[in-house]
Design a protein around this ligand. Structure first.
Ligand code: ADP
Length: 527
Protein backbone atom coordinates (compact mmCIF):
# COMPACT_ATOMS: atom_id res chain seq x y z
CA UNK A 1 0.00 0.00 0.00
CA UNK A 2 1.19 3.43 -0.86
CA UNK A 3 -0.22 6.20 1.29
CA UNK A 4 -2.86 3.81 2.55
CA UNK A 5 -4.16 3.22 -0.99
CA UNK A 6 -4.28 -0.41 -2.10
CA UNK A 7 -2.82 -1.05 -5.57
CA UNK A 8 -4.65 -3.58 -7.65
CA UNK A 9 -2.36 -5.46 -9.96
CA UNK A 10 -4.71 -8.23 -10.86
CA UNK A 11 -8.33 -7.99 -11.86
CA UNK A 12 -10.90 -8.38 -9.17
CA UNK A 13 -11.99 -11.99 -8.80
CA UNK A 14 -8.62 -13.37 -9.97
CA UNK A 15 -7.75 -16.59 -8.16
CA UNK A 16 -4.17 -16.98 -7.09
CA UNK A 17 -2.26 -19.77 -5.43
CA UNK A 18 1.41 -19.55 -4.64
CA UNK A 19 4.31 -21.58 -3.24
CA UNK A 20 3.78 -25.05 -1.85
CA UNK A 21 0.00 -24.69 -2.09
CA UNK A 22 0.19 -24.19 -5.82
CA UNK A 23 2.59 -27.10 -6.30
CA UNK A 24 0.54 -29.44 -4.13
CA UNK A 25 -2.74 -28.57 -5.80
CA UNK A 26 -1.25 -29.14 -9.21
CA UNK A 27 0.24 -32.44 -8.11
CA UNK A 28 -3.06 -33.61 -6.66
CA UNK A 29 -4.92 -32.77 -9.87
CA UNK A 30 -2.34 -34.55 -12.02
CA UNK A 31 -2.38 -37.62 -9.78
CA UNK A 32 -6.16 -37.74 -10.00
CA UNK A 33 -5.89 -37.92 -13.78
CA UNK A 34 -3.30 -40.68 -13.61
CA UNK A 35 -5.52 -42.62 -11.19
CA UNK A 36 -8.42 -42.39 -13.59
CA UNK A 37 -6.58 -44.29 -16.33
CA UNK A 38 -4.45 -46.55 -14.13
CA UNK A 39 -7.09 -49.27 -13.88
CA UNK A 40 -7.19 -49.54 -17.66
CA UNK A 41 -3.50 -50.48 -17.98
CA UNK A 42 -2.65 -53.86 -19.44
CA UNK A 43 -4.58 -56.83 -20.80
CA UNK A 44 -6.51 -57.18 -17.57
CA UNK A 45 -7.28 -53.46 -17.40
CA UNK A 46 -10.89 -52.34 -17.45
CA UNK A 47 -12.64 -50.32 -20.13
CA UNK A 48 -14.14 -46.91 -19.50
CA UNK A 49 -17.51 -45.68 -20.66
CA UNK A 50 -17.53 -41.99 -21.40
CA UNK A 51 -20.73 -40.08 -21.94
CA UNK A 52 -20.58 -36.59 -23.41
CA UNK A 53 -23.01 -33.71 -22.84
CA UNK A 54 -25.13 -34.90 -25.77
CA UNK A 55 -25.37 -38.40 -24.35
CA UNK A 56 -23.06 -39.95 -26.95
CA UNK A 57 -21.14 -42.91 -25.61
CA UNK A 58 -17.55 -44.00 -26.15
CA UNK A 59 -16.33 -47.27 -24.68
CA UNK A 60 -12.58 -47.59 -24.70
CA UNK A 61 -9.43 -48.79 -23.03
CA UNK A 62 -7.22 -46.38 -24.92
CA UNK A 63 -5.57 -43.93 -22.51
CA UNK A 64 -5.50 -40.99 -24.87
CA UNK A 65 -9.12 -41.45 -25.89
CA UNK A 66 -10.26 -41.62 -22.27
CA UNK A 67 -8.46 -38.40 -21.45
CA UNK A 68 -9.52 -36.61 -24.62
CA UNK A 69 -13.14 -37.41 -23.94
CA UNK A 70 -12.98 -36.29 -20.32
CA UNK A 71 -13.76 -32.62 -20.05
CA UNK A 72 -10.84 -31.74 -17.79
CA UNK A 73 -10.87 -28.31 -16.10
CA UNK A 74 -7.76 -28.05 -13.94
CA UNK A 75 -4.73 -26.64 -15.78
CA UNK A 76 -2.30 -29.22 -14.35
CA UNK A 77 -4.73 -31.99 -15.24
CA UNK A 78 -4.83 -30.59 -18.75
CA UNK A 79 -1.06 -30.96 -18.93
CA UNK A 80 -1.44 -34.64 -18.14
CA UNK A 81 -3.87 -34.95 -21.01
CA UNK A 82 -1.18 -33.38 -23.17
CA UNK A 83 1.25 -36.12 -22.06
CA UNK A 84 -0.98 -38.78 -23.54
CA UNK A 85 -1.56 -36.76 -26.70
CA UNK A 86 2.18 -36.31 -27.22
CA UNK A 87 2.71 -40.00 -26.68
CA UNK A 88 -0.08 -40.76 -29.13
CA UNK A 89 1.27 -38.55 -31.87
CA UNK A 90 4.87 -39.77 -31.54
CA UNK A 91 4.29 -43.47 -31.03
CA UNK A 92 0.58 -44.18 -31.19
CA UNK A 93 0.80 -46.56 -28.23
CA UNK A 94 1.79 -46.45 -24.58
CA UNK A 95 -0.52 -43.56 -23.76
CA UNK A 96 -1.75 -45.06 -20.49
CA UNK A 97 1.79 -46.02 -19.53
CA UNK A 98 3.04 -42.45 -20.00
CA UNK A 99 0.30 -40.98 -17.84
CA UNK A 100 0.72 -43.61 -15.12
CA UNK A 101 4.48 -42.89 -14.95
CA UNK A 102 3.88 -39.13 -14.86
CA UNK A 103 1.40 -39.58 -11.99
CA UNK A 104 3.86 -41.75 -10.07
CA UNK A 105 6.69 -39.25 -10.61
CA UNK A 106 4.54 -36.50 -9.13
CA UNK A 107 3.37 -38.61 -6.22
CA UNK A 108 6.97 -39.43 -5.33
CA UNK A 109 7.92 -35.78 -5.77
CA UNK A 110 5.25 -34.79 -3.27
CA UNK A 111 6.93 -36.97 -0.68
CA UNK A 112 10.27 -35.31 -1.35
CA UNK A 113 8.76 -31.82 -1.19
CA UNK A 114 7.34 -32.72 2.23
CA UNK A 115 10.90 -33.57 3.25
CA UNK A 116 11.90 -30.09 2.07
CA UNK A 117 13.71 -31.13 -1.09
CA UNK A 118 13.35 -28.23 -3.49
CA UNK A 119 11.34 -28.89 -6.67
CA UNK A 120 14.26 -27.68 -8.81
CA UNK A 121 16.48 -30.37 -7.35
CA UNK A 122 13.80 -32.98 -7.95
CA UNK A 123 13.40 -31.81 -11.56
CA UNK A 124 17.13 -32.01 -12.10
CA UNK A 125 17.29 -35.53 -10.66
CA UNK A 126 14.31 -36.63 -12.78
CA UNK A 127 15.90 -35.28 -15.94
CA UNK A 128 19.17 -37.11 -15.23
CA UNK A 129 17.27 -40.29 -14.48
CA UNK A 130 15.30 -40.06 -17.72
CA UNK A 131 18.46 -39.71 -19.80
CA UNK A 132 20.03 -42.66 -18.02
CA UNK A 133 16.83 -44.71 -18.39
CA UNK A 134 16.85 -44.28 -22.16
CA UNK A 135 20.48 -45.40 -22.28
CA UNK A 136 19.53 -48.47 -20.26
CA UNK A 137 16.70 -49.23 -22.72
CA UNK A 138 19.19 -49.11 -25.60
CA UNK A 139 21.61 -51.35 -23.75
CA UNK A 140 19.03 -54.08 -23.11
CA UNK A 141 17.14 -53.81 -26.43
CA UNK A 142 17.37 -56.47 -29.12
CA UNK A 143 17.38 -55.99 -32.89
CA UNK A 144 14.32 -56.41 -35.13
CA UNK A 145 14.93 -57.67 -38.66
CA UNK A 146 12.48 -56.14 -41.14
CA UNK A 147 11.52 -59.58 -42.47
CA UNK A 148 10.98 -61.14 -39.06
CA UNK A 149 7.24 -61.51 -39.41
CA UNK A 150 6.78 -63.53 -36.24
CA UNK A 151 8.50 -60.95 -34.07
CA UNK A 152 6.65 -57.99 -35.60
CA UNK A 153 3.33 -59.78 -35.24
CA UNK A 154 4.07 -60.47 -31.59
CA UNK A 155 4.51 -56.74 -31.03
CA UNK A 156 1.21 -56.01 -32.74
CA UNK A 157 -0.43 -58.71 -30.60
CA UNK A 158 1.05 -57.27 -27.38
CA UNK A 159 -0.45 -53.89 -28.17
CA UNK A 160 -3.80 -55.47 -29.08
CA UNK A 161 -3.96 -57.69 -26.01
CA UNK A 162 -5.08 -54.89 -23.74
CA UNK A 163 -7.97 -53.95 -26.03
CA UNK A 164 -11.46 -55.38 -26.14
CA UNK A 165 -10.69 -56.64 -29.65
CA UNK A 166 -8.04 -58.95 -28.18
CA UNK A 167 -10.19 -61.99 -28.98
CA UNK A 168 -9.27 -61.40 -32.63
CA UNK A 169 -5.70 -60.37 -32.03
CA UNK A 170 -4.21 -62.98 -34.36
CA UNK A 171 -6.25 -61.77 -37.28
CA UNK A 172 -5.73 -58.10 -36.45
CA UNK A 173 -1.98 -58.46 -35.92
CA UNK A 174 -1.64 -60.23 -39.27
CA UNK A 175 -3.54 -57.36 -40.92
CA UNK A 176 -1.45 -54.73 -39.11
CA UNK A 177 1.75 -56.47 -40.15
CA UNK A 178 0.71 -56.90 -43.79
CA UNK A 179 -0.55 -53.30 -44.04
CA UNK A 180 2.65 -51.79 -42.68
CA UNK A 181 4.80 -54.14 -44.76
CA UNK A 182 2.96 -53.08 -47.92
CA UNK A 183 3.46 -49.36 -47.39
CA UNK A 184 6.93 -49.33 -45.79
CA UNK A 185 9.56 -47.86 -48.07
CA UNK A 186 13.27 -47.37 -47.83
CA UNK A 187 14.38 -43.75 -47.79
CA UNK A 188 18.14 -43.10 -47.51
CA UNK A 189 18.70 -46.64 -46.31
CA UNK A 190 16.09 -46.38 -43.54
CA UNK A 191 12.63 -47.84 -43.51
CA UNK A 192 9.84 -45.32 -43.34
CA UNK A 193 6.08 -45.80 -42.99
CA UNK A 194 3.68 -43.16 -44.27
CA UNK A 195 0.38 -43.68 -42.45
CA UNK A 196 -1.48 -41.62 -45.06
CA UNK A 197 -1.14 -44.67 -47.28
CA UNK A 198 -3.19 -46.80 -44.90
CA UNK A 199 -6.88 -46.05 -45.11
CA UNK A 200 -9.24 -47.31 -42.44
CA UNK A 201 -12.92 -47.72 -43.29
CA UNK A 202 -15.47 -48.85 -40.69
CA UNK A 203 -18.65 -50.77 -41.42
CA UNK A 204 -20.63 -52.14 -38.55
CA UNK A 205 -22.47 -55.40 -38.90
CA UNK A 206 -20.62 -58.70 -39.07
CA UNK A 207 -17.85 -59.71 -36.72
CA UNK A 208 -14.42 -58.36 -35.85
CA UNK A 209 -12.98 -61.48 -37.53
CA UNK A 210 -14.46 -60.23 -40.83
CA UNK A 211 -12.08 -57.26 -40.77
CA UNK A 212 -10.01 -57.40 -43.94
CA UNK A 213 -7.05 -55.85 -45.66
CA UNK A 214 -7.53 -54.61 -49.20
CA UNK A 215 -4.61 -53.82 -51.45
CA UNK A 216 -6.11 -50.65 -52.81
CA UNK A 217 -8.61 -47.95 -51.91
CA UNK A 218 -12.15 -48.32 -50.60
CA UNK A 219 -14.67 -45.75 -51.71
CA UNK A 220 -17.63 -45.81 -49.35
CA UNK A 221 -20.18 -45.40 -52.20
CA UNK A 222 -22.07 -47.58 -54.62
CA UNK A 223 -22.34 -47.19 -58.41
CA UNK A 224 -24.94 -44.57 -59.29
CA UNK A 225 -27.00 -46.56 -61.79
CA UNK A 226 -28.13 -50.20 -61.77
CA UNK A 227 -27.38 -50.46 -65.51
CA UNK A 228 -23.68 -49.95 -64.90
CA UNK A 229 -21.33 -52.94 -64.79
CA UNK A 230 -20.69 -54.46 -61.35
CA UNK A 231 -16.97 -54.51 -62.01
CA UNK A 232 -14.50 -53.11 -64.48
CA UNK A 233 -11.20 -54.85 -65.20
CA UNK A 234 -8.17 -52.81 -66.33
CA UNK A 235 -9.88 -49.72 -65.05
CA UNK A 236 -9.00 -46.31 -66.47
CA UNK A 237 -10.32 -43.94 -63.88
CA UNK A 238 -11.34 -40.32 -64.30
CA UNK A 239 -11.07 -38.73 -60.86
CA UNK A 240 -13.11 -35.54 -60.89
CA UNK A 241 -13.85 -32.56 -58.77
CA UNK A 242 -16.56 -31.58 -61.21
CA UNK A 243 -20.28 -32.20 -61.50
CA UNK A 244 -21.90 -33.98 -64.41
CA UNK A 245 -24.84 -31.65 -64.15
CA UNK A 246 -26.20 -28.58 -65.88
CA UNK A 247 -24.93 -25.56 -64.02
CA UNK A 248 -27.73 -23.81 -62.18
CA UNK A 249 -27.64 -20.03 -62.54
CA UNK A 250 -26.59 -18.24 -59.40
CA UNK A 251 -29.57 -15.88 -59.44
CA UNK A 252 -33.24 -16.58 -59.90
CA UNK A 253 -33.75 -16.54 -63.63
CA UNK A 254 -36.87 -16.64 -65.72
CA UNK A 255 -36.94 -18.02 -69.19
CA UNK A 256 -39.77 -16.85 -71.36
CA UNK A 257 -41.13 -19.45 -73.66
CA UNK A 258 -43.80 -18.38 -76.14
CA UNK A 259 -43.78 -21.35 -78.40
CA UNK A 260 -44.33 -25.02 -77.26
CA UNK A 261 -41.54 -26.18 -79.57
CA UNK A 262 -39.13 -24.06 -77.58
CA UNK A 263 -39.67 -26.29 -74.55
CA UNK A 264 -38.62 -29.25 -76.61
CA UNK A 265 -35.55 -27.43 -77.90
CA UNK A 266 -34.70 -26.30 -74.41
CA UNK A 267 -34.85 -29.84 -73.02
CA UNK A 268 -33.01 -31.23 -76.03
CA UNK A 269 -30.27 -28.69 -75.42
CA UNK A 270 -29.95 -29.86 -71.80
CA UNK A 271 -29.79 -33.46 -72.95
CA UNK A 272 -27.13 -32.73 -75.50
CA UNK A 273 -24.96 -30.86 -72.97
CA UNK A 274 -25.07 -33.88 -70.64
CA UNK A 275 -24.49 -36.31 -73.51
CA UNK A 276 -21.48 -34.27 -74.62
CA UNK A 277 -20.03 -34.44 -71.14
CA UNK A 278 -20.31 -38.22 -71.11
CA UNK A 279 -18.88 -38.44 -74.65
CA UNK A 280 -15.91 -36.31 -73.67
CA UNK A 281 -15.20 -38.63 -70.78
CA UNK A 282 -15.62 -41.64 -73.04
CA UNK A 283 -13.20 -40.15 -75.58
CA UNK A 284 -10.42 -39.98 -73.01
CA UNK A 285 -10.68 -43.76 -72.71
CA UNK A 286 -12.08 -43.71 -69.17
CA UNK A 287 -14.23 -46.66 -68.11
CA UNK A 288 -14.69 -45.50 -64.50
CA UNK A 289 -15.73 -42.06 -63.24
CA UNK A 290 -15.33 -41.12 -59.61
CA UNK A 291 -16.36 -37.60 -58.69
CA UNK A 292 -16.53 -35.47 -55.60
CA UNK A 293 -19.62 -33.71 -57.00
CA UNK A 294 -23.00 -34.85 -58.31
CA UNK A 295 -24.07 -36.73 -61.44
CA UNK A 296 -27.40 -35.85 -63.08
CA UNK A 297 -29.92 -38.68 -63.62
CA UNK A 298 -29.65 -38.29 -67.35
CA UNK A 299 -25.86 -38.31 -67.27
CA UNK A 300 -26.08 -41.49 -65.17
CA UNK A 301 -28.19 -43.05 -67.89
CA UNK A 302 -25.71 -42.12 -70.64
CA UNK A 303 -22.77 -43.34 -68.56
CA UNK A 304 -24.54 -46.66 -68.00
CA UNK A 305 -25.22 -46.94 -71.75
CA UNK A 306 -21.52 -46.48 -72.42
CA UNK A 307 -20.69 -49.20 -69.87
CA UNK A 308 -18.92 -46.73 -67.62
CA UNK A 309 -18.92 -47.39 -63.86
CA UNK A 310 -19.57 -44.15 -61.96
CA UNK A 311 -19.61 -43.05 -58.34
CA UNK A 312 -20.63 -39.61 -57.07
CA UNK A 313 -20.34 -37.41 -53.97
CA UNK A 314 -17.14 -39.03 -52.77
CA UNK A 315 -15.36 -37.46 -49.77
CA UNK A 316 -12.55 -35.07 -50.66
CA UNK A 317 -10.04 -37.09 -48.61
CA UNK A 318 -11.03 -40.28 -50.48
CA UNK A 319 -10.70 -38.49 -53.82
CA UNK A 320 -7.19 -37.46 -52.85
CA UNK A 321 -6.27 -40.98 -51.71
CA UNK A 322 -7.67 -42.41 -54.90
CA UNK A 323 -5.73 -39.98 -57.07
CA UNK A 324 -2.52 -40.82 -55.23
CA UNK A 325 -3.12 -44.57 -55.43
CA UNK A 326 -4.18 -44.76 -59.07
CA UNK A 327 -1.85 -42.07 -60.37
CA UNK A 328 -4.77 -39.94 -61.55
CA UNK A 329 -4.75 -36.17 -61.76
CA UNK A 330 -7.89 -34.68 -60.21
CA UNK A 331 -9.73 -32.81 -62.97
CA UNK A 332 -11.89 -29.87 -61.96
CA UNK A 333 -13.52 -29.50 -65.33
CA UNK A 334 -14.62 -32.16 -67.79
CA UNK A 335 -13.46 -30.02 -70.72
CA UNK A 336 -9.93 -30.16 -69.40
CA UNK A 337 -9.90 -33.92 -68.80
CA UNK A 338 -7.26 -35.63 -70.93
CA UNK A 339 -6.19 -39.29 -71.26
CA UNK A 340 -3.02 -38.46 -69.31
CA UNK A 341 -5.13 -37.53 -66.29
CA UNK A 342 -6.64 -40.99 -65.92
CA UNK A 343 -5.57 -43.27 -63.12
CA UNK A 344 -5.26 -47.01 -63.47
CA UNK A 345 -6.20 -50.05 -61.41
CA UNK A 346 -6.56 -53.75 -62.18
CA UNK A 347 -10.10 -53.86 -60.87
CA UNK A 348 -12.89 -51.55 -59.77
CA UNK A 349 -15.81 -53.46 -58.33
CA UNK A 350 -18.93 -53.02 -56.26
CA UNK A 351 -18.88 -55.18 -53.14
CA UNK A 352 -21.72 -55.76 -50.69
CA UNK A 353 -20.62 -55.37 -47.09
CA UNK A 354 -23.42 -55.95 -44.62
CA UNK A 355 -26.34 -53.94 -45.94
CA UNK A 356 -24.22 -51.46 -47.88
CA UNK A 357 -22.49 -51.47 -51.23
CA UNK A 358 -18.94 -50.15 -51.43
CA UNK A 359 -16.54 -49.64 -54.31
CA UNK A 360 -13.18 -51.41 -54.08
CA UNK A 361 -10.35 -50.14 -56.26
CA UNK A 362 -7.62 -52.78 -56.23
CA UNK A 363 -4.36 -53.50 -58.01
CA UNK A 364 -3.61 -49.78 -58.11
CA UNK A 365 -0.74 -48.22 -60.02
CA UNK A 366 0.87 -47.36 -56.70
CA UNK A 367 0.97 -50.60 -54.68
CA UNK A 368 1.75 -48.58 -51.56
CA UNK A 369 -1.91 -47.90 -50.91
CA UNK A 370 -3.81 -50.27 -48.67
CA UNK A 371 -7.10 -50.13 -46.83
CA UNK A 372 -8.39 -51.87 -43.77
CA UNK A 373 -12.09 -52.56 -43.70
CA UNK A 374 -12.98 -52.73 -40.02
CA UNK A 375 -16.01 -54.83 -39.07
CA UNK A 376 -17.76 -55.39 -35.76
CA UNK A 377 -21.22 -55.82 -34.29
CA UNK A 378 -21.98 -52.20 -33.48
CA UNK A 379 -20.57 -48.76 -34.06
CA UNK A 380 -18.97 -48.74 -30.59
CA UNK A 381 -17.16 -51.95 -31.46
CA UNK A 382 -15.89 -50.76 -34.85
CA UNK A 383 -14.74 -47.50 -33.26
CA UNK A 384 -12.70 -49.36 -30.65
CA UNK A 385 -11.33 -51.81 -33.23
CA UNK A 386 -10.24 -48.84 -35.33
CA UNK A 387 -8.42 -47.32 -32.34
CA UNK A 388 -6.82 -50.66 -31.50
CA UNK A 389 -5.67 -51.37 -35.03
CA UNK A 390 -4.33 -47.82 -35.38
CA UNK A 391 -2.21 -48.47 -32.27
CA UNK A 392 -0.93 -51.80 -33.51
CA UNK A 393 -0.07 -50.40 -36.95
CA UNK A 394 1.97 -47.70 -35.23
CA UNK A 395 3.68 -50.32 -33.10
CA UNK A 396 4.72 -52.43 -36.10
CA UNK A 397 5.89 -49.30 -37.93
CA UNK A 398 7.89 -48.10 -34.91
CA UNK A 399 9.55 -51.50 -34.63
CA UNK A 400 10.46 -51.48 -38.33
CA UNK A 401 11.72 -47.91 -38.27
CA UNK A 402 13.72 -48.23 -35.04
CA UNK A 403 14.83 -51.79 -35.59
CA UNK A 404 14.88 -52.60 -31.86
CA UNK A 405 12.56 -54.01 -29.20
CA UNK A 406 12.37 -54.67 -25.48
CA UNK A 407 10.17 -56.93 -23.37
CA UNK A 408 6.94 -55.75 -21.70
CA UNK A 409 4.87 -56.83 -18.73
CA UNK A 410 6.84 -54.44 -16.52
CA UNK A 411 10.12 -56.28 -17.15
CA UNK A 412 11.89 -53.35 -18.80
CA UNK A 413 10.58 -50.91 -16.21
CA UNK A 414 11.90 -53.19 -13.44
CA UNK A 415 15.30 -53.57 -15.11
CA UNK A 416 15.64 -49.80 -15.55
CA UNK A 417 14.58 -49.25 -11.92
CA UNK A 418 17.25 -51.65 -10.67
CA UNK A 419 19.99 -50.06 -12.76
CA UNK A 420 18.87 -46.53 -11.86
CA UNK A 421 19.30 -47.30 -8.16
CA UNK A 422 22.97 -48.11 -8.83
CA UNK A 423 23.29 -45.00 -10.93
CA UNK A 424 21.73 -42.89 -8.14
CA UNK A 425 24.44 -44.01 -5.74
CA UNK A 426 27.10 -42.94 -8.21
CA UNK A 427 25.48 -39.48 -8.49
CA UNK A 428 25.09 -38.89 -4.75
CA UNK A 429 23.90 -35.60 -3.27
CA UNK A 430 20.26 -34.59 -3.18
CA UNK A 431 19.66 -35.65 -6.77
CA UNK A 432 20.29 -39.20 -5.62
CA UNK A 433 17.00 -39.09 -3.77
CA UNK A 434 15.14 -37.92 -6.85
CA UNK A 435 16.73 -40.55 -9.07
CA UNK A 436 15.74 -43.25 -6.59
CA UNK A 437 12.18 -41.94 -6.60
CA UNK A 438 12.24 -42.04 -10.40
CA UNK A 439 13.15 -45.73 -10.16
CA UNK A 440 10.26 -46.32 -7.74
CA UNK A 441 7.91 -44.53 -10.15
CA UNK A 442 8.79 -46.85 -13.01
CA UNK A 443 7.89 -49.83 -10.86
CA UNK A 444 4.38 -48.45 -10.87
CA UNK A 445 3.96 -50.18 -14.25
CA UNK A 446 4.40 -53.80 -13.05
CA UNK A 447 2.52 -52.85 -9.90
CA UNK A 448 -0.49 -51.55 -11.84
CA UNK A 449 -0.43 -54.49 -14.26
CA UNK A 450 -0.50 -56.90 -11.32
CA UNK A 451 -3.17 -55.01 -9.40
CA UNK A 452 -5.40 -54.79 -12.45
CA UNK A 453 -5.12 -58.54 -12.84
CA UNK A 454 -6.26 -59.02 -9.25
CA UNK A 455 -2.80 -60.18 -8.11
CA UNK A 456 -0.86 -59.26 -5.00
CA UNK A 457 1.24 -56.38 -6.33
CA UNK A 458 3.79 -56.34 -3.51
CA UNK A 459 4.39 -60.04 -3.80
CA UNK A 460 4.82 -59.79 -7.57
CA UNK A 461 7.17 -56.82 -7.31
CA UNK A 462 9.41 -58.64 -4.85
CA UNK A 463 9.56 -61.65 -7.17
CA UNK A 464 10.37 -59.47 -10.20
CA UNK A 465 13.10 -57.66 -8.28
CA UNK A 466 14.69 -60.90 -7.17
CA UNK A 467 14.71 -62.28 -10.75
CA UNK A 468 16.33 -59.10 -12.04
CA UNK A 469 18.91 -59.25 -9.28
CA UNK A 470 19.78 -62.71 -10.63
CA UNK A 471 20.34 -61.17 -14.07
CA UNK A 472 17.01 -62.21 -15.60
CA UNK A 473 16.44 -58.94 -17.46
CA UNK A 474 13.32 -60.01 -19.32
CA UNK A 475 11.29 -61.25 -16.36
CA UNK A 476 7.99 -59.51 -15.77
CA UNK A 477 4.45 -60.28 -14.76
CA UNK A 478 2.42 -62.32 -17.22
CA UNK A 479 -1.12 -61.34 -16.34
CA UNK A 480 -2.56 -64.34 -18.14
CA UNK A 481 -0.75 -66.88 -15.98
CA UNK A 482 -0.35 -64.65 -12.92
CA UNK A 483 3.30 -65.72 -12.80
CA UNK A 484 6.55 -63.80 -12.90
CA UNK A 485 8.18 -65.22 -16.01
CA UNK A 486 10.28 -64.56 -19.10
CA UNK A 487 8.32 -62.05 -21.18
CA UNK A 488 10.39 -62.85 -24.25
CA UNK A 489 9.12 -66.43 -24.10
CA UNK A 490 5.59 -65.22 -23.38
CA UNK A 491 5.79 -63.10 -26.54
CA UNK A 492 5.09 -59.85 -24.69
CA UNK A 493 7.39 -57.44 -26.50
CA UNK A 494 7.26 -53.82 -27.69
CA UNK A 495 9.31 -51.44 -29.81
CA UNK A 496 11.89 -49.38 -27.90
CA UNK A 497 10.17 -46.17 -28.94
CA UNK A 498 7.12 -46.83 -26.76
CA UNK A 499 9.11 -46.96 -23.54
CA UNK A 500 11.54 -44.19 -24.44
CA UNK A 501 8.82 -41.78 -25.46
CA UNK A 502 6.71 -42.64 -22.40
CA UNK A 503 9.68 -41.77 -20.17
CA UNK A 504 10.31 -38.53 -22.03
CA UNK A 505 6.70 -37.41 -22.07
CA UNK A 506 6.12 -38.32 -18.41
CA UNK A 507 9.32 -36.61 -17.24
CA UNK A 508 8.60 -33.44 -19.22
CA UNK A 509 5.11 -33.18 -17.76
CA UNK A 510 6.21 -33.91 -14.20
CA UNK A 511 9.05 -31.39 -14.38
CA UNK A 512 6.81 -28.77 -15.90
CA UNK A 513 4.19 -29.21 -13.18
CA UNK A 514 6.85 -29.19 -10.43
CA UNK A 515 8.29 -25.90 -11.61
CA UNK A 516 5.02 -24.02 -11.23
CA UNK A 517 4.74 -22.22 -7.91
CA UNK A 518 2.25 -19.57 -8.87
CA UNK A 519 -1.14 -20.14 -10.45
CA UNK A 520 -2.97 -16.99 -11.45
CA UNK A 521 -6.41 -17.55 -12.87
CA UNK A 522 -8.46 -14.65 -14.09
CA UNK A 523 -12.17 -14.95 -13.64
CA UNK A 524 -13.80 -16.10 -16.84
CA UNK A 525 -15.38 -13.10 -18.50
CA UNK A 526 -19.13 -13.36 -18.83
CA UNK A 527 -20.23 -13.51 -22.42
P1 ADP B 1 -0.93 -48.29 -23.16
O1 ADP B 1 -2.05 -47.38 -23.48
O2 ADP B 1 0.11 -47.63 -22.32
O3 ADP B 1 -0.38 -49.02 -24.32
P2 ADP B 1 -2.20 -50.74 -22.42
O4 ADP B 1 -3.45 -50.77 -21.64
O5 ADP B 1 -2.26 -51.01 -23.88
O6 ADP B 1 -1.52 -49.37 -22.16
O7 ADP B 1 -1.19 -51.76 -21.74
C1 ADP B 1 0.11 -51.92 -22.18
C2 ADP B 1 0.90 -52.66 -21.15
O8 ADP B 1 0.44 -53.99 -21.03
C3 ADP B 1 2.36 -52.73 -21.55
O9 ADP B 1 3.16 -52.40 -20.44
C4 ADP B 1 2.55 -54.20 -21.93
O10 ADP B 1 3.86 -54.65 -21.67
C5 ADP B 1 1.56 -54.87 -21.01
N1 ADP B 1 1.18 -56.22 -21.42
C6 ADP B 1 0.74 -56.66 -22.61
N2 ADP B 1 0.52 -58.00 -22.58
C7 ADP B 1 0.82 -58.43 -21.33
C8 ADP B 1 0.80 -59.68 -20.65
N3 ADP B 1 0.42 -60.80 -21.24
N4 ADP B 1 1.18 -59.70 -19.35
C9 ADP B 1 1.55 -58.56 -18.74
N5 ADP B 1 1.58 -57.37 -19.31
C10 ADP B 1 1.24 -57.28 -20.58
Amino acid sequence: MIGGQPIFILKEGTKRETGKDAIKNNIEAAIAIAQSVRTSLGPRGMDKMLVDSLGDIVITNDGVTILKEMDVEHPAAKMMVEVSKTQDSFVGDGTTTAVVIAGALLQQAEGLINQNVHPTVISEGYRMAAEEAKKIIDSISKPVKPDDKELLMKMAATSLSSKSASGSKEKLSEISYQAVKAVAEEIDGKLHVDFDNIQIVKKHGGEIEDTQLIYGVIVDKEKVHPGMPNFVKNAKIAVLNAALEIKKPEFDTNIRIDDPSMIQRFLAQEESVLRDMVLKIKQTGANVVITQKGIDDLAQHYLAKEGIYAVRRVKKSDIEKLAKATGAAIASSIDELSPADLGTADLVEQVKIGEDYLTFVTGCKNPKAVSILVRGGTEHVTDEVERSITDSIHVVAAALEDGAYVTGGGSTAAEIAMKLRDYAKSVGGRQQLAIEKFADSLEEIPRALAENAGLDAIDILIKIRSEHAKGHKTYGINVYTGEVEDMEKAGVIEPVRVGKQAIDAATEAAVMILRIDDVIATKASKT
